[in-house]
Design a protein around this ligand. Structure first.
Ligand SMILES: Cc1cc2nc3c(=O)[nH]c(=O)nc-3n(C[C@H](O)[C@H](O)[C@H](O)COP(=O)(O)O)c2cc1C
Length: 202
């Protein structure tokens, strides 16, 4: 199958797992191929906030999510945190587009410092060094000066900082509509056409 885009999607342990679930589903529905990376903390938050209790075993997790979203093994590939030989770990093979949704302040700090201690941090480091498109969606409130400085560091490197701060001018009636507002903004930035109505004056 020819995919519209290949995107690395990472989810970390910040609040807002529902945004991630909508984003993953929307990208898959829009014929994107996804390399999916989950931190350990992300799995805890997914269980806490969305009652999503996913298998620990990577093979079982791949099977479960492909079944959940009705996609092939070519379209959704879930990688382990130490999969150093995967495509996202090297500039010679990595997709040029990556999203971290939601992004914890811990992962934000590690990326700003260039630590590359797990596959999420390494994949982000690769996209930055290869001058690809990295969208980071942090969630915390309030932001400390440390968080803001880390965001500034990354923004100066060309990273898009898109905080999970949805608008309300489309008069959302449900949590899903609020979350889809942010999903639409991501797809706009990736230049993927979508049917989620949210634009100013629409
Ligand atoms: C339910 C829950 C909600 C959390 N919400 C946030 C949050 O909104 N922002 C944040 O930066 N960390 C949050 N944390 C803390 C992170 O999960 C923690 O710092 C973790 O070490 C992040 O690891 P990771 O970046 O590898 O996912 C939350 C933790 C839990 C259990």
């Amino acid at each position: 199958m020819n995919f519209k885009e290949t995107v690395t999607l990472a989810v970390t342990g910040a609040s807002g797992s529902g945004y991630f679930l909508h984003l993953l589903e929307t990208l898959l529905k829009n014929d994107c191929q996804i390399y999916l990376l989950l931190s350990d903390a992300a799995k805890i938050v997914l269980k806490t906030e969305c009652d999503e209790d996913w298998p620990e075993d990577l093979g079982a997790l791949n099977d479960a999510l492909r079944q959940k979203f009705s996609v092939s093994k070519d379209q959704l590939i879930i990688l382990g945190k130490k999969d150093w030989f995967s495509v996202v770990a090297s500039g010679s093979s990595s997709p040029s587009k990556m999203i971290i949704c939601p992004c914890s302040c811990g992962t934000l700090a590690s990326i700003a410092a260039g630590l590359s201690n797990n596959l999420i941090e390494r994949a982000a480091d690769v996209v930055i060094k290869e001058r690809g498109q990295l969208i980071i969606m942090p969630r915390e409130t309030p932001f400390s000066t440390i968080h803001l400085q880390n965001m500034l560091t990354l923004s100066k490197l060309g990273v898009t900082i898109m905080p999970l701060a949805p608008g309300f001018y489309h008069k959302p009636k449900t949590i899903d509509e609020i979350q889809l507002f942010m999903v639409a903004r991501v797809l706009d930035h990736l230049k993927i056409k979508h049917e989620i109505s949210h634009r100013w004056c629409e």
